[in-house]
Design a protein around this ligand. Structure first.
Ligand code: GLA
Length: 738
């Protein structure tokens, strides 16, 4: 990718810059043709083009594979009406449509003005380009409602980010009934297939697919947070053409941890657009005179290289551009957590004993989960009272933390800062802090209520207790949990017409607390957990280092969950524990080796009751942890190739290749044996054809006699494993020879 920028002709237009044609030698990531009023954005193999049509609307022109340059982009011309029932404003793929002038498709922005008018027609005003960022200003044809459309191009990662800032420059308030970050239009045509992720507690990350037909596919959360039920990620490809390894695919991901919506909408004229941002359900955001509202960010991309490449692009983008510390962030340590083993029964002696055993296995971080604070004996009480329970830890946390450090591990602790049990000192002191509709029942879930983090005083309280906890104790890691959804989103501390701002302000304050904590405690790492994977999105990932993808730790179920998770998110941030059998949820018993190898496909943790592990199990686990540490950089930062999907049959396999191509690791799993059915040959991917690789096996399951093979041989002939029986597994590593 050429990074050199051309010298641009700059003309000043109402405070913004308009740029002359710059179709010169080098290709800037953003080009503009002043003659045709079109823009071309280039990111990786993706090109994205739009322009100003003869009415002054912004019109989407192209989204797909890479074009040569701005000369390839024709000027924008609105499409005709189709009979009198589909007006031109509806048939024309608008870049950011306001609801007005006969728009029947999903609007990006819907406004009610103070005089009751609800017609919003946005026309181009000006734009400016600064490096990889483009800002286009549009405004309503008569009211001074302005929208800045932001585009940020990531040329090296192949991603374009879009968001909008809506500004009320009138002297009257307006109400925003919906506000999307962006609307993306696919090339006209049919034959598309949509993919998305759904689930519920302990079964997140289920992959859905359906043909894109006239009508809408709506993915959303109305729950105040990201949710287990749907995740703000989509992929659309061509049903007949796209496979895991080849073919076109368009994809996107929202960066927002509150209620959100993505609508894939197809007209009867074979036009598909994807609109996403704040969920318009119960939205109603009052924008005062002079005020503005920024939407979440909608990230998107295109590849011609299949579904696997979609996830690899997203993983790399998250690692380099979203996660704290980017590429320089430390690799995820192997952690121990006793939640499944001890639940709320944590105390000084028990945790210290477990810490000794965890350290012996090679764990690098020891985490005390729920139960250490307030009067927390069950989930009935204690949330909100963040003092150390004196019966369980009579000397405070210090003795355990000191011992954990002496054992060579760092220390982490569980918190659920946004929640309160009615049976707590905090609730007794501040019942008004709970989110509720005054005079209505307070709907409990897991015996708890939400604190209204949109309130300044509540947000300040949450920041202060966390700051105090981390300042007074040597804590390197917080497992930040969030164990229910909103039910009664009332906010009676502000005037009635401000109350719905809770949907925005709550999340803004959450991000602010996370950012302040990290700034004040630079070494602190945070895991986003919400009863498993209920809050995983590109918004929270700017402030957290890893996530807990599911409370389901059964190894076989996890294979499927992990396959879905990694469609959208990097394996490097996916915590995966090895826990005891029979599994607490489905009572399945799976061998320790299989459990370890499954968990090694993410960030390895151990969550079994080590007091019950035999000497032989401890020995095997120690070897597994050592093996994981040797492959960890490749799994956490490498490129994932799905060799065999766990959804498809009784076997599965994955491969990770280091970005510099020097190493690879392969995992093979036989779920259940069918008599006479050999384990499928694993044809590897992503290797250098001419390079030679040394093969290291962890056991005697590989049938290849050679210890060195060419990339060609590994990719064409493949690796032959002999796995037999139920829950057999193996792993090999490849090292490129100089
Ligand atoms: C949630 C988390 C679990 C555990 C419990 C503690 O369910 O997902 O890992 O921390 O809360 O109550």
């Amino acid at each position: 990718m050429l990074k050199t920028r051309t010298i641009r002709l700059v003309l000043l237009v109402s405070g913004f810059f308009a740029l002359g044609d710059c179709n010169a030698l080098a290709q800037p990531s953003i080009q503009y043709s002043a003659d045709r009023k079109v823009w071309l954005l280039q990111a990786g193999e993706q090109s994205y083009a739009f322009g100003v049509n003869e009415r002054g609307e912004l019109q989407s022109l192209f989204w797909g594979g890479r074009l040569q340059g701005i000369a390839d982009v024709a000027e924008a011309k609105s499409l005709p009406e189709r009979a009198s029932f589909d007006l031109s404003t509806t048939t024309t793929p608008q870049e950011y449509p306001g609801w007005g002038a006969g728009l029947y498709t999903e609007p990006a922005l819907k406004v009610t003005f103070s005089n009751g008018n609800r017609d919003l027609v946005l026309h181009y005003v000006s734009h400016k380009i600064e490096g990889d960022e483009l800002q286009v200003l549009v405004r309503d044809i008569s009211e001074p409602i302005f929208v800045e459309l932001h585009y940020r191009v990531y040329p090296d990662q192949g991603i374009i980010a879009r968001w909008s800032v809506i500004e009320n420059r009138s002297d009257q308030p307006v109400v925003l009934e919906s506000a999307a970050a962006a609307s993306w239009s696919l090339p006209p045509g049919n034959g598309y297939e949509a993919h998305w992720l759904t689930g519920h507690w302990a079964e997140e990350w289920q992959q859905q697919a359906a043909p894109v037909e006239p009508g809408s596919i709506v993915m959303e959360s109305r729950r105040g947070s990201t949710s287990h039920q749907a995740n703000p990620w989509f992929e659309i490809d061509r049903q007949q053409e796209t496979t895991e390894a080849s073919g076109p695919a368009w994809f996107g991901e929202l960066g927002w941890s509150g209620s959100w919506r993505i609508t894939v909408e197809t007209s009867s004229f074979q036009q598909t657009r994807i609109t996403g941002g704040y969920n318009p359900f119960d939205f109603g955001y009052k924008l005062d005179a002079g005020a503005h509202l920024q939407t979440p960010i909608f990230y998107a991309g295109y590849t011609g290289r299949g579904r696997g490449e979609v996830s690899r692009l997203l993983h790399r983008f998250q690692q380099e551009e979203i996660l704290p510390g980017g590429d320089k962030a430390r690799l995820r340590p192997v952690l121990y957590n006793s939640w499944e083993a001890t639940e709320f029964n944590v105390d000084e002696a028990g945790q210290t004993a477990l810490a000794e055993k965890a350290a012996a296995l090679g764990a690098e971080r020891f985490v005390i989960d729920d139960g250490w604070f307030g009067q927390r004996k069950t989930d009935n009480a204690g949330l909100g009272d963040w003092y150390v329970n004196p019966q369980k830890f009579p000397h405070g946390l210090k003795p355990v933390i000191d011992r954990v450090h002496a054992l060579g591990m760092d220390f982490g602790i569980w918190v659920e800062p946004e929640m309160v049990n009615p049976d707590s000192d905090l609730y007794r002191r501040h019942p008004d802090w709970a989110m509720n509709f005054p005079g209505r029942p307070r709907t409990e879930g897991r015996n708890q209520l939400l604190l209204n983090l949109a309130r300044k005083d509540v947000a300040e309280y949450v920041f202060s207790f966390l700051d105090k906890l981390v300042t007074e104790n040597d804590i390197s890691f917080l497992k930040w949990d969030y164990n229910r959804n909103w039910a009664d989103p009332g906010w009676d501390a502000v005037p009635v017409d401000e109350q719905k701002k809770i949907y925005v302000q709550y999340v803004a304050n959450l991000y602010d607390i996370l950012a302040r904590l990290r700034a004040k405690h630079p070494g602190l790492e945070i895991e986003s957990c919400s009863g498993g994977g209920g809050r995983v999105d590109l918004g929270i990932l700017r402030y957290t280092d890893e996530v807990w993808p599911s409370d389901n730790t059964d190894a076989l179920d996890r294979l499927v969950l992990q396959d879905g998770f990694t469609r959208a998110y990097s394996p490097g941030i996916m915590m995966a524990w090895v826990t005891d059998v029979p599994n607490f949820l489905d009572r399945r018993t799976v061998p320790l080796k299989f459990r370890f190898l499954v968990a090694m496909n993410g960030s390895l943790g151990i969550g079994g009751n080590l007091n019950h592990w035999t000497a032989q199990e401890m020995q095997e686990a120690t070897e597994m942890v050592t093996y994981y540490k040797s492959i960890r950089p490749v799994v956490q930062r490498g490129e994932l190739y799905r060799l065999l999907s766990p959804e498809e049959g009784s076997a599965s396999a994955s491969e990770y290749v280091a970005r510099d191509g020097s190493k690879a690791v392969v995992f093979a799993f036989l779920h259940s044996q069918r008599f006479g059915a050999p384990f499928p040959v694993l044809r590897l991917q992503g290797l250098q054809p001419n390079a030679h690789y040394r093969i290291h096996t962890m056991d005697d399951k590989l049938q290849q006699p050679q210890s060195e093979l060419s990339g060609d041989a590994l990719m064409h002939q493949g690796l032959v494993f002999q796995l037999t029986g139920d829950y057999d597994s193996s792993s090999v590593t490849l090292e490129r020879l100089p």
